[in-house]
Design a protein around this ligand. Structure first.
Ligand code: AMP
Length: 285
């Protein structure tokens, strides 16, 4: 694996490689890598000639300075995992490389996505996400960008940004990788102790409950039961929602409709998000 720290060096390298027409896959991350990240690397490797992973803890997407300060950093283990899994290039820029003095901040028109769920509870978060992804794509210029469904709303935001700005990139979304017990893998899980990990699992249990009962109980009853289960285990719930495919809350569950459930909740000062498809439109009978 080749490690690049300076954007210009990576840009030069990619330009040279492009002369022999190669396909490039890109997996942007904030490090503290786990099997969820690695699944994206594996997918990219199977579909491209070169796979690039970036590790950059993007300050502009943290609405909570404490969350930024405490974000887990495990660079040596990350490098080892990437090498073990055959990643070709690791890009590890500094904050100054991504946001140089002359960096022009732009405002991304994200519509309702900026005001609901993660957008509502983390003011400015998606503006920061768009800022860093746009900048990374200017440097990496990949053919395919790999994202995880774990961050469902983020996938929608990045797709909108890329389409609005005519960025020529294909975006592929991969399923959420979970621990054996169902807990969605997340870098932030590293901040949980064993007891808290047991509590964290309740998010998956609630999502599974919603899935099992989506056509049995009313939406308000499902949400109320889900929220009660979470709060009774000590979670502070930011939201629990049942929506259609584009995140509009639904009042009734229809069998011919894609239905998604999304949860954001904190244990202590660790905020976790997860989601689950409760029904696929094409499963209609
Ligand atoms: P992060 O390092 O948390 O910014 O995540 C980098 C990429 O990995 C994003 O596209 C995430 O959606 C994706 N990702 C994070 N956790 C998982 C997971 N458990 N399964 C699949 N993809 C994930």
């Amino acid at each position: 694996m080749i490690l690049f720290k300076r954007p210009d060096d990576l840009i030069d390298f990619i330009q040279k490689k492009r002369k022999s027409i190669i396909k490039i896959g890109f997996v942007p991350t904030m490090g503290a890598l786990h099997q969820g990240h690695i699944s994206l690397i594996e997918k990219s490797k199977s579909e491209n000639d070169i796979t690039i992973c970036s590790i950059f803890i993007n300050p502009t997407q943290f609405n909570n300075p404490n969350d930024f300060k405490k974000y887990p950093v495990t660079i040596e283990a990350d490098i080892e995992q990437l090498e073990l899994n055959g990643c070709d290039i690791l890009f590890m820029p500094s904050v100054h490389d991504i946001y140089p003095e002359n960096f022009q901040k732009s405002n991304f028109e994200l519509g309702y996505l900026d005001n609901i769920l993660e957008g509502k509870h983390r003011a400015g978060h998606f503006q920061g996400v768009c800022m860093v992804v746009k900048r990374l794509l200017e440097i990496v210029k990949c053919d395919i960008l790999y994202l995880g469904q774990k961050d469902y709303q983020q996938c929608m935001v990045i797709k909108k940004m890329a389409s609005d700005l005519n960025i020529p990139v294909e975006i592929k979304i991969s399923p959420t990788i979970r621990e054996e017990n169902g807990l969605a893998m997340s870098s932030r899980n590293k901040r949980l102790n064993e007891a808290e990990k047991g509590v964290a699992l309740v998010i998956f249990e609630v999502l599974s409950f919603l899935k099992d009962n989506i056509f049995e109980l009313s939406i308000p009853a499902l949400l109320q039961t889900g929220e009660n289960k979470l709060t009774s285990k000590g979670f502070k719930v930011d939201y629990i929602e049942i929506t259609d495919e584009i995140l509009n809350p639904i009042k009734n569950a229809e069998k011919n409709q894609t239905i998604v459930a999304l949860i954001a909740a904190s244990i202590g000062d660790v905020r976790l998000i997860d989601n689950m498809m409760l029904n696929h439109a094409n499963n209609a009978e």
